[in-house]
Every structure is written in structure tokens, then in C-alpha cells.
Ligand binder design. Structure first.
Ligand code: GAL
Length: 663
């Protein structure tokens, strides 16, 4: 396993620690104090100039780099590395005033005006020309600066501007479609345009799915989602290519947002374009104790998007954010626990938004490493303690995540497609179902990796594919050979229903998985909001049921609906098996079902029995991370190893212990 490229520039392997740093929001007199307080807190790296375009180029063609030169020099003198942004995230007022044609257009045709940030069309040639000019100037100016450690392209590409319905987008969409389909016949067939008189006779007739009278064409919607993700990836590559040409030695990243319902960017498909994967994660509101599961799920998925290699946590929060309806501070212990959970899943850097809490602007109530209260504050003290912890954990840097024996497949195309409109129910939530399975694994104390569907999953003993809605023929074959090769596949309702064009597989659901599962479904039977489907094992399902007929020979019905229809089935195929769960059981309902399926596959927890469910385990080589999932102390018994972090024998409430296990 080679180290991520950013480590080469920083010498001895270490866990990086830092934040976005926005000194341009502050008088010069604060900068020296900043650097002193950073050093005292153990900060090793900052991301600089993310939103600085208007400061660096206040008037077209007139540059003001003096302040940035000075900050770079001060940071370097202070021993702090710089992840330097290309500064293109938010266009300056002179650019949008001169070229309003770069402003995005929403689905209703309304212009997205300046006033916030990221108000640019991903496909605008005018924006790209101006942005790349700035990238070139930044690269030429700072290429030899000793503080420059990595390039940070733009910022959270697509956070606000992913879906643009402008004429630029329409033109680029047509070009993308020509490349995908070659000719209009193929496009008409893929989009099913025989339906509702939608046949196209000229490319110029094709538009993004702008506000329509009723349900827009589903394949047009799906292709627009694919195109929009690709369009931003293309923009990312344009900045990257220029940087690679000018500074081939400097590694390049951009901050992904693998978190919550942030679904438009297919990061599994973007990851190969950067030198190292970075992620931003914010704890989701309203999830109660499941919020910690969601954090772990996102970190785990990020690690597998990064191909199991260490990755960079570019942003999270020290305490409250400002953008949820109610923004509550973190409880004691949460700051360190959240950070170390990311490290447990392969992060080799822990960074925050931002270093110094703003006085003005939209994010002045967003927490930071250095809060309004200053260094004499609980947050800063926790920040400094975490810096010390990360220093002690340096030996972990560069170690790969140790693969689990079970995996949950994650598929952006199924996420996009299964939640489109005019479906059997609009209540289905793809990521929630995947997360429910992940929580069930955590509840049993069994490690599971969350892996993109395109990854090689053949080495896992158990693979869970929740709502794997889109199953092209090639994927059906991969799943089949996984099972015939001895793997244990588990899938759920609304899986295997359509092909890559969102066309239904005929002959009964779940199309290409029917024979593998040994079942056939004629009709879906979703449930109303107040309905529950009772099962004969005492569980109750919500959201969905299927009318299943068992068609295969080696199929066992593991649970039935009241009335006798099969609800959960499992077909054995040689040494492998294929199981189907036809309703939503939620994490608690899934736990006994999963326990049974894992028992049959011969897969057990690596944790002592008394820790299972209360403690999350994540493994990086010899290092075991034990994360308290409860707000109570947990006694750590039956685990040998040197304690790198934590109280020997005890997990504090919301605490984390790191053990170096005897190899
Ligand atoms: C991110 C963004 C940061 C800051 C942060 C606040 O989306 O990259 O600039 O806005 O959220 O949580």
C-alpha cells in the first residue's frame, strides 16, 4: 500500500490536522495570533483561498496577491502546510455583472443570482475560460512555494449548482447524449419516446428536463442526472489537467460530500480523477442516535470510494453548524469521537470548517476551531486536546483499512432511479435502507464495508444489496457468479426491476435476479403510511410488500406474511446463497434477520460478546478502533493490546479507544 501523495510533501507520516483558513476576513493584526494558536492546537495544514477570487482579482485582469503571499510565508514559517484552493468556487461580482450568461437557471427558468456563492453554470464556456485563467495564474505564482502541499480544486463542486437547466446546459446535454447514443434512433429507443408522443427527429429538439406539465420522461431525467454529474466531473478535470501541466509534482484533490442525502454527484465515478480523495461530512439533524451510524456509514463509504487507501477529511464541524433549522452544539466527547470515527475508517487527516469563526457573513454562527469566545473556550480546549491525540496516533497514518467479511453495495444509479417520480410509492429512501442494514450490522457488532457497486465484491463472504433497483445484464451476471462462487447475497424489495435505461425487465420481478433468488413477483404492494405488514416471526414491515411466488427448488421461506405469503426467502446455490427481503424492517427489525443470515453464512462478530452492539469496531491493520455507541461508560474486557488512545479497560461515554493489537 503506497502512502497518499500528500504525505510525500510533508515528510514523516503523520495525521494531518487543520481547517479552512480565511484570513482575508480579518485584519492583518490577527494573523500572527492565528498561527500561534494553530501551533498550540497542533494544526499541521490549512486550506487557503477557497472563496478568495474577488480579493485576488478585484477588477478583471488586476491582481492583488500581496496578502496571500504574506499568509503563505507566515504559515510556512510556522511549519503549517497549505492545501491551496484554486479560488474558483465563487465568481466575483465583476464577472457576473459583465457576463450574466454564466449564472445558472433553475428548473422553472428562473436565474440564480449572485448574492450567495457557487452561482456559475458547470457547462458555461465563459465561466470556464475565466476560472482557468485564474487557476493558471495561481499555479504559476505558487508552484515553488514551500508551503504548497496540495491543490484544492474549487470547493464542494455541485453543492448548490449541480442542476442547471440553462441553454449552455442544453447544448452540453445534447453533446453528452450524442456521445452516449450515437444516433437519434438509439436515443429514442432508450428514452422510450413512443410513449406520450415524445419522438425526437432532430437533436436540437432535446432539452434538459425543465418544468413540465406532468411527469417528465424518466430516462431523460436519469440521463440528465448522469450528465450533470459528468459535467461537473469534466469541469474538475479541466482544472486538474491545467494544474498537472503546470505543477506535476503537486497532488490534487477536491472535497466530496459523501453525507446524508447529498446524492447528485456520483463520487464513486469521480474518485479516479483526483490524486487523493477528500470528504466533507456534517452530522445530520433529526436522526437521534442514528446520526452516529450515518457518520460511520459515510466515512466507510468514502474509504471504499478511495479504493481502501487513506483519505482526507477536509471539513466537519467542531460544534454547531448554521444551516439546519435548529443548530445545537456538540456534547462533551462528540468532537473527538466524530473525528476519530473518520480516522477509524481510513481518514489520515482531520480538518474542520473553519479555523476562526467569522464575525460577519452567512456563517457567523457556524462553529470553528477558534470560536468567537477565543482560545479561552471549551471548544478550543477540545480542539487542542484532539491535536495532541492525533499526534499520538501518527503511527496509524498510511495504514489501509482492513476489509470486513461483509459488504453493503452502494449504487448511485439505483439511488437516482429508485427515487424518481411516478413509482409504486414516493416514500422509498434508497440511502436510508442501506443505512438501516449498516445499523443492523453495527448492532450485531459485525463489521461491514460500504462499497460502490462497481468495485470487486467477489472476496466478501456476505454481500447485501439493498434496493439494487437498476440491474443491467452485466451486473446480474456478476451477482450470479458471486453466488455460484460461494458468496452469500442478500437483496431487498424494488431490486432488479429495471435495466440501465430504466426499462422494466419483463416476465415478473425481479427480472434478471429471478432465477438466482428462485422467486417471482407479479405485482408490487406498497403500504400506506399507517399500514404495517405483520410477519410470522413477530416482526412488522412498513413501506413495501411483494406478492412472492417461490419458483426455485432450493428456496426456503424464512418468514411469511400473516396469511402465508412469503416475505423473506433464501435460496441455496452450491456453497452460496441468495436471499430476498420484501419489506422495510428498519434497523431493529433487520437485526434478527441479519443475525440468522450471517449464522447461515458462518460469519460472526470479532468483538467479545459483551461489547457487541454497544461498541463499533473499525480496523486499520494492527490498529483497532473501539467507538462507544452509547452515552454510558462501557467496560472494555477481553481485548489485548497496547492502548494508543483512551482509558485502559474503559470506554468513556461517547469515547473512543485505539489499541495496537498483538499481530
Ligand atoms: C461546506 C462548505 C464550507 C462551509 C461549510 C459549513 O458546505 O464547503 O465552505 O460552508 O459547509 O458547514
Amino acid at each position: 500500500m503506497s502512502s497518499p501523495r500528500w504525505l510525500r510533501r510533508t515528510g514523516t507520516p503523520r495525521l494531518e490536522y487543520g481547517a479552512d483558513y480565511n484570513p482575508e476576513q480579518w485584519p492583518r493584526s490577527t494573523w500572527d495570533d492565528d498561527i500561534q494558536a494553530m501551533r498550540a492546537a497542533g494544526v499541521t495544514i490549512v486550506s487557503l483561498a477557497i472563496f478568495s477570487w474577488a480579493r485576488l482579482e478585484p477588477v478583471e485582469g488586476e491582481y492583488n496577491f500581496g496578502w496571500l503571499d504574506e499568509v503563505m510565508d507566515l504559515l510556512h514559517a510556522g511549519g503549517i502546510a497549505v492545501d491551496l484552493a484554486t479560488a474558483t468556487a465563487s465568481p466575483p461580482p465583476w464577472l457576473t455583472a459583465k457576463h450574466p450568461e454564466i449564472l445558472p437557471v433553475d428548473v422553472h427558468g428562473a436565474t440564480i443570482w449572485p448574492g450567495g456563492r457557487q452561482h456559475w453554470r458547470p457547462t458555461s464556456p465563459v465561466f470556464r475560460e475565466h476560472a482557468l485563467r485564474l487557476v493558471r495564474i495561481m499555479a504559476e505564482r505558487y508552484r515553488d512555494h514551500p508551503a504548497l502541499t496540495a491543490w484544492h480544486i474549487s470547493n464542494e463542486l455541485g453543492c448548490h449548482n449541480i442542476y442547471d437547466y440553462s441553454d449552455d446546459a442544453a447544448a452540453a446535454f445534447r453533446t453528452w447524449l450524442r456521445a452516449r447514443y450515437g444516433d437519434l434512433d438509439a436515443l429514442n429507443a432508450a428514452w422510450g419516446t413512443a410513449f406520450w408522443s415524445q419522438h425526437y427527429s432532430d437533436w436540437a429538439q432535446i432539452l434538459p428536463p425543465r418544468q413540465a406539465a406532468t411527469h417528465p420522461n424518466p430516462t431523460q431525467q436519469l440521463d440528465f442526472k448522469r450528465f450533470s454529474s459528468d459535467a461537473l466531473k469534466d469541469y474538475l478535470c479541466a482544472e486538474r489537467d491545467l494544474l498537472r501541466e503546470l505543477t506535476p509534482e503537486v497532488p490534487i484533490t477536491t472535497n466530496f460530500m459523501v453525507m446524508g442525502e447529498m446524492k447528485p454527484m456520483n463520487y464513486a465515478d469521480w474518485a479516479a480523477e483526483v490524486d487523493f480523495v477528500s470528504n466533507d461530512h456534517y452530522v445530520q439533524l433529526g436522526m437521534g442516535p442514528r446520526a452516529q451510524d450515518e457518520l460511520s456509514f459515510s466515512a466507510n463509504l468514502t474509504g471504499h470510494i478511495a479504493g481502501g487507501r487513506p483519505w482526507f477529511l477536509m471539513e466537519h464541524s467542531t460544534s454547531a453548524v448554521n444551516w439546519q433549522p435548529i443548530n445545537v452544539p456538540k456534547k462533551p466527547g462528540e468532537l473527538a469521537r466524530d473525528s476519530l470515527t473518520h480516522v477509524a475508517h481510513g481518514a489520515d487527516a482531520v480538518c474542520f470548517f473553519q479555523w476562526r469563526q467569522s464575525r460577519a457573513g452567512a456563517e457567523k454562527y457556524h462553529s470553528a476551531m477558534l470560536p468567537h469566545a477565543g482560545t479561552d473556550s471549551g471548544v478550543y480546549r477540545s480542539v487542542a486536546r484532539l491535536g495532541e491525540t492525533l499526534r499520538r496516533l501518527a503511527p496509524i497514518a498510511g495504514t489501509a483499512q482492513t476489509p470486513a467479511r461483509a459488504a453493503i453495495l452502494f449504487d448511485w444509479t439505483s439511488w437516482w432511479t429508485s427515487e424518481q417520480d411516478s413509482h409504486p410509492t414516493d416514500r422509498l429512501r434508497y440511502r436510508q435502507e442501506a443505512l438501516d442494514w449498516y445499523s443492523a450490522f453495527l448492532g450485531l457488532g459485525v463489521r461491514a464495508d460500504v462499497v460502490p457497486v462497481g468495485a470487486d465484491f467477489s472476496g466478501y463472504d456476505v454481500v447485501v444489496a439493498p434496493v439494487l433497483h437498476v440491474v443491467p445484464a452485466a451486473l446480474a451476471e456478476r451477482l450470479e457468479s458471486y453466488v455460484t462462487g460461494g458468496g452469500h447475497l442478500v437483496t431487498t424489495y424494488f431490486s432488479g426491476v429495471v435495466d440501465e435505461h430504466d426499462h422494466v425487465w419483463l416476465g415478473g420481478y425481479p427480472g434478471p435476479l429471478r432465477d438466482l433468488l428462485g422467486i417471482r413477483i407479479e405485482e408490487f404492494a406498497p403500504l400506506g403510511d399507517d399500514e404495517r405488514a405483520e410477519l410470522d416471526n413477530g416482526l412488522a414491515g412498513t413501506l413495501w410488500t411483494d406478492g412472492i411466488t417461490v419458483t426455485g427448488t432450493d428456496v426456503e421461506v424464512l418468514a411469511s406474511y400473516k396469511g402465508g405469503a412469503p416475505a423473506i426467502t433464501r435460496r441455496t446455490a452450491g456453497a452460496g446463497s441468495a436471499a430476498y427481503v420484501s419489506t422495510r424492517l428498519g434497523p431493529d427489525g433487520l437485526a434478527p434477520v441479519l443475525r440468522d443470515l450471517l449464522d447461515r453464512a458462518g460469519l460472526d462478530s470479532e468483538l467479545p460478546a459483551e461489547l457487541r452492539g454497544r461498541v463499533e469496531l473499525a480496523v486499520r491493520g494492527d490498529f483497532w478502533f473501539l467507538i462507544n455507541r452509547t452515552a454510558e461508560p462501557v467496560e472494555l474486557t477481553g481485548l489485548a493490546g497496547e492502548v494508543l488512545h483512551g482509558t485502559p479497560g474503559l470506554l468513556e461515554p461517547r469515547g473512543v479507544a485505539v489499541l495496537r493489537r498483538p499481530s
